[in-house]
Design a protein around this ligand. Structure first.
Ligand code: PLP
Length: 463
């Protein structure tokens, strides 16, 4: 048998096996034909015997040849058809993944000030790795009839939410989900909101109203002012309202307690549901904390509370939590599971460990200090270089809004700014019906030493 091996740098055993499959494909070998012994073929090919033995093993494992004790190897029945159909004796292993974290795609802008990007540069890497090592050492459960239970994560989150947001919950009140934006998609079906109206803030969180409208709810866009959403604009026939009371997204209002109470009164009177998105309630500056809506007396039956790890930790984790009113919890759980909106067990364990051993509290303290300093520097630079512009939402969160007159095309302005090296979002992109113009400026990643240069570039683009 005169085998011709290809000249590639693939392992010799693969090249020998492929050459035999090639002979089958061309009809020069047929089922039942004997193959030379490995010793003879190794001599013919002028290679050592090992790769030939490995090639025969590979061919036998793939069913191309049969080896019978005493009578050597022969081509198996049907091997010719398999070869002509393109079957291979082996699959080349993939290149190993490069080690080290993937490099993030670099924004073209010199100053990437788009909101929603917390700085994870000061995450304690050793603590983070410890948490994941702990998660990796756990034996995974194998029962996939239910989603992961996240017993420990729900326990530690209960404490975290009580301490940071003043809400008294039991671990059983919480469901763990893969991010707020995905979770909201399940709510219309879970909560009987299909065909009914969900009121949303305008301007507001685009992902929220698309989640509701894409999943069968009608949307009613309610204007927001410097105190956030005005509950008197809600109607009795609205079935639910989605709100961001800690830091209205994106304008940044903190809803005063009188409006919070009025919101609850609407829910009681209209038997409506309040969906409270507390996405960055953990960050506030120079102002005392306002209680979460869910922490108010009588709120348990009317407020579905949602929080996320995206701002306090890492957005790519995809971990969030929600506490529906007790009577709705099971329906929400079932719908989330039906849609496979679950967080894998290992991620849950890592986050639980990171919280339980105090690393999250330490990270939050560091983050809050850093963001407070960055916010102060940015606000000072804006006052210096753009003294005639009004800002919104400086008390809390990780972004501010620079307000522009209603007749300015803020989209056009943001494109001009990009040419000056500054990437920000136009406020109009967050509007349903409202006509509000401005620039949404995230500062989580803007170091204090760069704030002045960034604002100077911004001011150049604006004038
Ligand atoms: C209002 C609001 N809610 C929630 C989130 C977080 O969503 P997720 O948990 O899907 O990352 C964001 C992120 O920017 C947001 O702006």
């Amino acid at each position: 048998m005169a085998l011709l091996l290809d000249a590639s740098d693939r392992p010799l055993r693969h090249r020998i096996a492929d050459a035999i499959v090639g002979e089958l494909r061309e009809g020069r070998l047929r089922p039942g034909d004997p193959l030379p012994s490995t010793r003879v073929l190794a001599t013919e090919l002028k290679v050592s015997r090992g790769p030939v033995v490995a090639a025969y093993d590979e061919l036998a494992a793939a069913g191309f040849i049969e080896t019978r004790p005493g009578s050597g190897a022969a081509i198996a029945a049907g091997a010719d058809r398999a070869a002509r159909a393109g079957a291979l004796s082996s699959v080349d292993p993939m290149e190993p993944f490069p080690t080290g974290p993937p490099r993030p795609a670099r924004s073209q802008a010199r100053f990437d000030l788009r909101p929603g990007r917390p700085d994870i540069g000061f995450l304690d890497q050793a603590a983070w790795r410890r948490a994941w090592r702990h998660a990796a050492s756990q034996v995974p459960t194998t029962d996939i009839s239910h989603g992961p239970q996240h017993v420990r994560l729900r326990q530690v989150l209960t404490d975290h939410i009580r301490r940071s947001r003043g809400i008294a919950l039991e671990p059983d009140d919480l469901l763990i989900t893969p991010g707020v934006s995905a979770t909201l998609q399940a709510l219309p079906a879970a909560l009987g909101l299909v065909g009914r109206t969900v009121a949303v803030e305008d301007p507001g969180y685009v992902e929220a109203w698309t989640a509701f409208s894409d999943n069968g709810s009608r949307i009613s866009a309610l204007p927001v002012d410097e105190d956030g959403l005005d509950p008197s604009t809600l109607r009795r026939r609205d079935a639910a309202v989605y709100v961001t009371p800690s830091h209205q997204y994106p304008l940044g209002a903190r809803m005063p307690v009188a409006r919070r109470t009025a919101l609850l009164e609407w829910a009681r009177a209209a038997d409506g549901l309040i969906i409270e998105d507390d996405y960055d309630g953990e960050f506030r500056y120079d102002v005392s904390p306002l209680p979460a809506l869910r922490s108010l007396e009588g709120a348990d039956d009317h407020v579905l509370y949602i929080g996320t790890a995206s701002k306090i930790l890492v957005p790519t984790l995809r971990v969030s939590w929600l506490a529906p009113p007790k009577h709705l919890r099971e329906a929400v759980r079932v719908e989330l599971e039906r849609r496979s909106l679950i967080v894998n067990e290992m991620t849950g364990e890592a986050v639980a460990e990171f919280i339980a051993n105090g690393s999250l509290a330490a990270h939050h303290a560091r983050a809050a200090r850093t963001y407070a300093a960055r916010r102060a520097r940015l606000v000072a630079a804006l006052a210096r270089h753009l003294p005639d512009h009004r800002l919104s939402g400086v008390d809390a969160g990780l972004h501010v809004v620079l307000l522009l007159p209603d007749d300015v095309d803020d989209h056009e302005v943001s494109m001009t700014l990009l040419r000056h090296g500054v990437s920000v979002n136009p406020l109009s992109a967050y509007c349903v019906e409202a006509v509000r113009r401005g620039l949404v400026i995230g500062y989580a990643g803007l170091s204090e030493s760069h704030a002045d240069a960034a604002v100077r570039a911004l001011a150049r683009g604006l004038t």
